[in-house]
Write a protein that binds this ligand. Sequence first.
Ligand SMILES: NC(=O)c1ccc[n+]([C@@H]2O[C@H](COP(=O)([O-])OP(=O)(O)OC[C@H]3O[C@@H](n4cnc5c(N)ncnc54)[C@H](OP(=O)(O)O)[C@@H]3O)[C@@H](O)[C@H]2O)c1
Length: 220
Amino acid sequence: MAQETIAILGGTGDLGTGLAIRWSKAGHKIVIGSRTLEKAQTAVENLQKISPDTPAEAMENKDAAAAGDIVVLTVPADHQLSTLDYVREHLTGKILIDVTVPLVPPKVGTVQLPPEGSAGKRAQDLLGDDVMVVTAFQNIAAHLLQEDVVIECDVLVAGNKKAARDKVVELVEQAGMTGWHAGPIENSAAAEALTSILIQINRKHDISHSGIKIVGQADH
Ligand SMILES: NC(=O)c1ccc[n+]([C@@H]2O[C@H](COP(=O)([O-])OP(=O)(O)OC[C@H]3O[C@@H](n4cnc5c(N)ncnc54)[C@H](OP(=O)(O)O)[C@@H]3O)[C@@H](O)[C@H]2O)c1
C-alpha cells in the first residue's frame, strides 16, 4: 500500500510533533505546516534526526494543506477556525483530522464545550460536507506521543463518514494505539469533554497521563 503524505498544520507544536514522529516512523511522508517556513524547517530538521529514512518537508500552512493527502490540524483551540478558514480551499475531498480540545482556562478541569456542541462539529460546520472532518487524539498527551514508549490509552475516532473513520483508525494504529469508531461528528463532544475529566483524575489521584481503554468481548 502506498504511504500517504500527511500534512500537519501547526506541526511545530507539542501534539503535532508527537504525531509527526509516530507517523514518520511508520513510513508516511510528513509535511510540517507552520505560519512561518523557518519554524517548519527547524521542526523538519528535528524530525529527520529521529526518522532519517522517511521523507519530510517544511511548508507554510496553506502549502502544507495543498500538499497533504490527509491534513491534520494541531493548533490551539482559539485558532482552530481561523486556521481552517485560511487553508479551506485545499481541503476539499480530503480527510481533515482535528485534535482540538476546547479547554477554557483557567477552569480546564471543567467541561465547557462551544455553542456548536464540540470543536469537531464547528469544524465540520465551517468546512461543509466536501471535507471529511474526523476527530481523534483528544485524550492523548503530546509528551507521550513524542517519547518512544508504549501508549496504553485508546483513541475515540468520530466523523460522519465510516470510510474516513476507518482510515483514521488505521492511522491511530500506525501511531501505536487502538482507535475505536465513536460515531458521527456530534459524538466528538464526548472525547473532547473527557479531557477535562482526565485532568481532574490526574490532579485528584496524583497520577500522570490518565487515559481510557475500551473493553468488551468479541461477539463471534
Ligand atoms: N498538548 C497536548 O497534550 C494535547 C493533547 C490532546 C489534544 N491537544 C490539542 O492539540 C492542539 C495543539 O495543542 P499543542 O499543545 O500542540 O499546542 P501548541 O504547541 O501550543 O501550538 C501548536 C502550534 O499552533 C500554532 N499556532 C500558535 N498560535 C497560532 C495562531 N494564532 N494561529 C495559527 N496557529 C497558531 C503554532 O505553530 P506555528 O507558530 O509554527 O504556526 C504552534 O506550534 C490543541 O487544539 C489541543 O487542544 C493537545
